[in-house]
Design a protein around this ligand. Structure first.
Ligand SMILES: [Zn+2]
Length: 410
């Protein structure tokens, strides 16, 4: 506890610097697409140097996709802990819905507004200062403490987390990801499960011909057929999921997240397609999804015998991003619970992050236990206008990351 008090005091003394650093990160645009984290990575490297955290490096497949790595090397006998956050954001989209400049962090009523504030530049700033606190207050621990600040999370991770794994650049025994823990209020959940994802394309065929005679000659309009299939999927398609103590949400099906079809005015459409994303809780396999889709299409053909429609999984990685789950008695989870009790007064309940995270790679592919989301901010306002994060939450995050990393690697 005395170590925790010293870490808390270290962070508290740097409150203004942490917020200033968050503002700097927000001022360095890093939208994916197109995907260019050079400016924001440069700010991080500069800040690490300024804090005396030397030896950081950038890695990535191309100059414009840097991920930043820094390690406080341990004395060799402890668990290797990674604090992981992503440097990119979604594109800003229509700025007319923003009340402030999305690249000028603006404080109002205890909230800091700006693109990437919740998702997740506030958490990145907190992680950097947590690492500085651990280094300054405790020095080397038994295990390594590593900062992995990644590119390309919003674009599917190929140039970020997946690249790091392929090139053995992340060696870890447990990873804490700082995606936002808030749904309706901050620090609402301690997410131990991250749902998976699969993406399905449905193709529907018709009769392409001169549209002026579609009521004279027998023909099938692929677009209206597709609309029927889409509607049937929205109304009647579901996949059962087994009960799970920390995941109440089950499977979420979103038919028609993409829709495409037809040729031009004057042409009866011969082809139309739509995409469906399916969010996967623990206990549901790719084979379960396949069987449910096959059964659904058999049902459709019994209702419409001349239906010509097929379905397929999208190519990897969208074919299957597995759900992940860290054991609640994992020492990293216990360290985060303890840190939350010390900083927030009590630990939030265990829960399930509704979306995918880099845990699908770190844990799904490489088997490294991942706490998928424990960070400042709110998920519902991410990827939209007027994104914001609680100022106090960023400071709390830095304190909790420092205490948790020190305990888990110590
Ligand atoms: Zn994120």
């Amino acid at each position: 506890v005395s170590a925790s008090s010293a870490l808390i005091a270290h962070v508290e003394a740097r409150r203004a610097d942490i917020l200033d650093f968050t503002r700097e990160l927000i001022a360095a645009p890093s939208p994916t697409p197109p995907g260019d984290e050079r400016a924001v990575a440069h700010r991080v490297l500069h800040r690490l140097d300024g804090l005396g955290l030397t030896g950081s490096r950038t890695v990535g497949p191309r100059a414009e996709r840097p991920s930043v790595l820094w390690t406080l090397a341990g004395t060799g006998k402890g668990r290797r802990i990674v604090l992981n956050g992503h440097l990119d954001t979604k594109p800003v989209g229509d700025t007319s819905h923003w009340l402030t400049d999305p690249f000028v962090a603006t404080e109002c009523d205890g909230q800091l507004y700006g693109l990437g504030s919740s998702d997740m530049k506030g958490a990145v700033a907190a992680m950097v200062y947590a690492a500085a606190a651990v280094r300054d207050v405790l020095g080397p621990l038994r295990g390594d403490v590593t900062l992995a600040l990644t590119a390309d999370e919003e674009g599917g991770c190929a140039d970020g987390a997946a690249y790091l794994l392929e090139h053995q650049l992340v060696e870890a025994d447990a990873i804490l990801i700082g995606e936002p823990a808030g749904m309706t209020r901050e620090w609402e959940w301690l997410y131990v499960v991250s749902r998976g994802l699969t993406a399905v394309k449905v193709r529907v065929y018709g009769t392409q011909m001169h549209s002026s005679i579609s009521d004279i000659l027998p023909s099938v309009n692929a677009s209206t057929r597709m609309a029927w299939v889409l509607d049937r999927m929205a109304r009647t398609f579901s996949i059962p999921a087994p009960a799970h103590p920390y995941c109440q949400q089950g499977v979420t099906v979103n038919p028609g997240v993409t829709v495409r079809g037809g040729v031009q005015y004057g042409v009866t459409p011969g082809y139309a397609e739509f995409g469906t994303d399916i969010r996967i809780p623990p206990g549901v396999s790719l084979d379960d999804v396949r069987q449910a889709l096959d059964a659904f299409f058999i049902r459709l053909r019994s209702e419409m015998p001349d239906l010509q429609a097929t379905w397929e999984f999208e190519p990897p990685p969208l074919e299957w991003m597995p759900p992940t789950e860290i054991a609640v008695d994992d020492s990293l989870v216990r360290a985060v619970v303890s840190a939350a009790e010390q900083v927030l007064g009590q630990a939030p309940p265990f829960g399930t992050f509704p979306g995918g995270t880099e845990a699908a790679f770190y844990q799904g592919r490489a088997g490294i236990p991942c706490l998928p989301a424990f960070g400042p901010g709110f998920l519902p306002i991410c990827h939209g206008p007027n994104e914001h994060v609680g100022v106090e939450s960023i400071i709390q995050a830095a304190k909790m990351y420092a205490i948790a990393a020190a305990q888990a690697a110590g």
